[in-house]
Design a protein around this ligand. Structure first.
Ligand code: ZN
Length: 198
């Protein structure tokens, strides 16, 4: 990497630190950016800055959004008595793409993982319990099928069921959170429709 000047190297390093971008891709992107007209580069960097500056958690479901209350939570046509619990905003978006789920969501921003030192208080479970004090009929647990997702599902079901709220789990076979978006909508829909009561 001695062959590029400091500024170009820095750009390649920053791009290469992004997920899924190897050094070759980072170089290709860097030189693509350097070949763009200045106004395009300004638009790109402004889009990154603006999205970052305005991104916040929805006050109700904690998904990442640029509004106080996200479009799903502020939609009166959604069933607010049904809450689907997901690990990430990306998972929520994947389910939203099926266009068949009519309830609302709760984003935990992670899953319980004792191996990685992530306990119940490290993800947004307290916030979920707070929401359940309202009028809720069903909680659909749609955390991933890996160890962490299952542990989280078990933990939540033990916590919520005594409150007399129906707790269901999406059908198995859906991979871990963050990977949901790579699954086709039919599979997600089948997992949702095949959910079982815990
Ligand atoms: Zn929301």
């Amino acid at each position: 990497m001695e062959s590029y000047s400091g500024d170009i190297n820095r750009l390649i390093e920053e791009l290469g630190a992004l997920p899924g971008i190897g050094n070759k891709s980072a170089q290709r992107m860097a030189f693509h950016i350097l070949g763009l007209p200045m106004d395009r580069v300004k638009r790109l960097s402004e889009a990154i800055l603006t999205a970052k500056q305005n991104a916040k958690y929805c006050k109700m479901c904690y998904t990442l959004t640029d509004q106080e209350i996200c479009p799903v939570c502020s939609n009166p046509k959604r069933n607010h008595k049904m809450i689907m619990v997901v690990e990430t905003t990306r998972d929520q978006v994947a389910y939203e793409k099926t266009a068949k789920y009519e309830g609302v969501y709760h984003v935990l921003h992670g899953a319980i993982s004792p191996m990685n030192g992530i306990g119940p208080s490290d993800i947004l479970i307290k916030e979920l319990l707070e929401r359940l004090k309202g009028d809720v009929e069903e909680v659909v647990i749609a955390t991933g099928s890996a160890l962490e997702g299952e542990a989280t599902a078990m933990y939540l079901s033990k916590l919520i069921k005594p409150a007399g709220i129906k707790v269901t789990r999406i059908a198995s076979g859906v991979p871990v959170g963050g990977e949901l978006e790579s699954i086709d909508e039919v599979t997600l829909l089948r997992a949702l429709e095949g959910r079982v009561e815990l």
